[in-house]
Ligand binder design. Structure first.
Ligand code: A3D
Length: 313
């Protein structure tokens, strides 16, 4: 059977780490694309030379053009500027919209049937750029953010309670920004809801740290933003799609009436399988939680409205 072909656009920190995780777990052959001459070729060769040692049969190639990406099953979009200290994700919008539009116009021509996983920030708005430029249905443009946000929350809870991260399950909804909506009520440790396990002040502190989790890493790194955990988030989405696992994962989705929201991208739990985003999982929210989700969606919509009508590609 043919191995899946996965293109990763942007061979920087997130892109190259993603390529490594995908190749080493045998999910498919990987094509790494970047504008910097020689860099994706060098990184792909370096990653491939690890194969005899870490035992995988994935082929990795690097390229500066889209010829080798032709007919990709999955395209992971990581190209674009990353945050530096003092910047918000929205500060990246104008520059990254141009990059995303340019790359997606190439994808639309070379990989018409691909499922696109977006990573470039500001995530939810860049999903809209990809949707408009490719014309792909919402099932095939999906944003990676919620897995990262929930993974951060799970890690903080595990640290606080001294338990395995695997025993912690969390849900974070909303846009990938400061107005994201962590849901402690649906967060459990081995099936027990978090509010029964930790005092409110501790939970509030964890929620706050989760919402600012990206900024915390940017401040520490000083020269860029997080990439190991983001690449793990992409890996989990690709794994669910390639293996048709139908995992329920929090992803940015173009909502069409779910949760009372329409024509806006926000993080919600959805089913990922061989067809891409196979359905939104509409969990029951309290009035207060729903209001927070709508506020977060309004922030995304506000940024979406600042996009140009035409991307010139
Ligand atoms: P970085 O290491 O700078 O890599 C970006 C790469 O994109 C560089 O190698 C550039 O040369 C390349 N690039 C720029 N323009 C193009 C183009 N037109 N075509 C192909 N390649 C191009 O950044 P990074 O990997 O740390 O982050 C990449 C993006 O992901 C940024 O926008 C981050 O903000 C975003 N990001 C999002 C999350 C989410 O959870 C959504 C997490 C981490 C990073």
């Amino acid at each position: 059977m043919k191995k899946p072909k996965i293109t990763v656009i942007g061979a920087g920190n997130v892109g190259s780490t993603t390529a490594m995780r995908l190749a080493e777990s045998g999910l498919g052959d990987v094509v790494l694309v970047d504008v910097v001459e020689g860099m994706p070729q060098g990184k792909a060769l370096d990653l491939y030379q690890a194969a005899p040692v870490v035992h995988h049969d994935s082929i990795l190639v690097g390229t500066n053009d889209y010829g080798p990406t032709e007919g990709s099953d999955i395209v992971v979009m990581t190209a674009g500027l990353a945050r530096k200290p003092g910047m918000s994700r929205d500060d990246l919008q104008d520059a990254n919209a141009k990059i995303v539009a340019e790359c997606m116009s190439r994808v639309a021509k070379t990989s018409r049937d691909a499922i696109v996983i977006m990573v470039t920030n500001p995530l939810d708005v860049m999903c809209e750029v990809a949707r408009r430029v490719t014309g792909f249905p919402r099932e095939r443009v999906i944003g990676m953010a919620g897995i990262l946000d929930t993974a951060r929350m799970r890690a903080f809870i595990a640290m606080e309670m001294g338990v395995s991260t695997e025993s912690v399950f969390a849900i974070v909804l909303g846009g990938h920004g400061d107005s994201m909506v962590p849901l402690p009520r649906y967060t459990t440790v081995s099936g027990v809801p978090l509010p029964e396990l930790l005092p409110k002040e501790k939970i509030d502190a964890i929620v706050q740290r989760t919402a600012q989790g990206g900024g915390e890493i940017v401040k520490l790194l000083k020269t860029g933003s997080a990439y190991y955990a983001p690449a793990a988030g992409v890996w989990e989405m690709v794994d669910s799609i390639v293996r048709d696992r139908k995992k329920i994962l929090p992803c940015s989705v173009y909502l069409q009436g779910e949760f009372g929201l329409k024509d806006v991208w926000v993080g919600v739990p959805c089913k990922l399988g061989a067809s891409g985003m196979e359905g939104v999982f509409e969990l029951k929210l309290t009035q207060e939680e729903l209001a927070l989700l709508h506020k977060s969606a309004a922030d995304v919509k506000n940024q979406m409205n600042k996009l140009p009508a035409d991307f010139g590609v």
